[in-house]
Design a protein around this ligand. Sequence first.
Ligand SMILES: N[C@@H](CCC(=O)N[C@@H](CS)C(=O)NCC(=O)O)C(=O)O
Length: 329
Amino acid sequence: MSFQMIGLAIAAILLVWFIVEKLRRKTHPMSGGIHNDINLPHTQELELYSNSFSHCSRKARLVMAELGINYKHHHVDLIETGWYQTISSAYLKVNPAGLVPVFLHNGHPIYESDDILKYAQEVAGPDAPDLVPDDKELETKMHEWLSYLSISSDDPLAQMGEKAGACIPGLTVPLFVTTIQYIPLRKILVGFLFHSDKKRPAFFSASKLLGHKKILSIPFVKNMTQISQREMKRHLTDINGSLKDLSGPWVLGDHFSLADISLGCLILRMDETGWLEKFHSETDLSEVLNYYKRLQTRPSWQDAVTNHAHPIVEKATQDLKQIRAAEKW
Ligand SMILES: N[C@@H](CCC(=O)N[C@@H](CS)C(=O)NCC(=O)O)C(=O)O
């Protein structure tokens, strides 16, 4: 057989492999809430698929810890923690949208972190604390907070002016860049073949190859991080004002609720990316800092955040701290 024939045979095998893999990895959006029509393999009544670094996953783990829910945990990697497990054929059976977190109740999946938070309250036993207040006015307030803090699955950057949650992805960019230095390029490139959103592997491979300075000076990235900074600083100033006026330690006063879980995760992200310290040096956020300290002393924090620390994220967080200190930003 000639070299040409061998080359053609290899190309044909690769093409067949690619087509088969592509068919096995079909992705499409999934609506939130429970899907009773889907039955997934499970060994426990309640199971959670989450990633240690993911903001929405942290919310889900915190609610489980606060409610004392006993569940089986499956860690799912994102490219930032190792590889694109969310678009593996096995995980796409769990969530065809390729997103974490997913909560399973008797094998039926619940998608969207805020729906998971509410569902967890419904399945928690009668002795579990009430993270959704009975008082209708307080409940409405809690839902408003959840919506204000949420990240949309369709367009994560939409409505940065109105929603604090929409500013999170843009402000996580510097940490994405430092985490991705620990991931081999070949793993990032897999995203070009199978990720439904090619901007992600494009951004991650550029980050890996160019480093933070060049990435953060690309006009689109620069513009996005500048808008996110401006808007998040304003949101945190508003949040600081609301916390100052409270009649109790939590956003609804004395009642610890789902809103505190979501707000706690937003502040955590701002802390690990260095923005919290920077914003506080420019505007008074002392109420936010005190509130954050109160959250960190709750046993749920240890359980859902500290115990799930990821070595790559830990190292990348330190790297980012050093870069910020050296470059004074
Ligand atoms: N609105 C969704 C957002 C979920 C989401 O965006 N998850 C991210 C991690 S925080 C993810 O799975 N990304 C997959 C990827 O980056 O490929 C929720 O609240 O659950």
